[in-house]
Design a protein around this ligand. Sequence first.
Ligand code: AVI
Length: 333
Amino acid sequence: DSVSTLQPLPEENFSPAEASSPLGQHVREGLSRPFKTLSSMYFYDDEGSRLFQQIMALPEYYPTRTEFGLLTRHQQAIGQALRPHDPAEPFFLLELGAGDGLKTKILLRHLLAAGARFTYVPVDISSAALEGLATSLRAELPTLRVEPVVADYAEALRLMASRPGRKAVLFLGSNIGNFLPDDRHRFLQNLAQPLTPDDRLLIGFDLQKDPRLIRAAYDDSQGVTARFNLNLLHRLNQELGANFDLNQWQHYTDYDPLSGAVRSFLVSRRAQAVHFSALNWQVDFAAWEMIHTENSYKFSRPGIAALASAAGLAVQEFFTDEQDYFADVILRP
Ligand code: AVI
């Protein structure tokens, strides 16, 4: 009737700002490719971050537990490698993408107990994530000096380069596995560039192992990883006014031992068109067409040495768990 025609159409709730937002541009570009793709970077809205916390506690998802165990087991030696030789010399412990800091607290507790003089600098582009971490640290480790930095990683390292004292930089959780090889190389080069010979990096790498075990970690029996992947479509519905029907999509994942990558996809169960009102745009999907949403690379020891040296870094020490599932590696310029 005449009243309802005066109501704004749903598309009018979205301004041109959404169309030109990084997410809007990314979606148009990624879903226009011959093999459609979206970046796993966009998994982590509030719901995605909550689901990732659940993933980390799943029986099949071994990386988090394993890295926690190996940090506990090697805390003394890792602490030794990260801090300057002179115990009186102050240093900065930077952490890129700290999350809830559960694993880092093992090292922080150890360093405090060992009398190390250091400032913990968690770095994240989300100030909300950093505030949560800072609050929990103030309660649990009241003597710790914390200086959160809201910035992207390269910017934070450049900012810190002018401060005197060793920088020990943590990048845990095999986050490095989510980069494609070229991006990974550029990322490591950018990390290495502002470092001086006295600085250190500690990077977590998930190692190549029984391929069934790897695949199961990304296709858990409770379907949490599937919900995590599908949440990306929900996010596009929310933020770009898309009309993805989540019942018409499936999570699919596979491990390719040749490249070392777990690749995850969203599979269209039937031919369908999806409209994005914020982009004033529509995209067609054939039956069983897929959107590639994530890479999760698994590494070998020689592979780690090669990627370090390509970025001008050397492996100083290699720490692993009893089963050789995961490695935390100390690198130096
Ligand atoms: C954040 N990142 C290291 C996780 C991984 O294992 O690649 C993200 C993840 N995706 C599915 N499960 C976990």
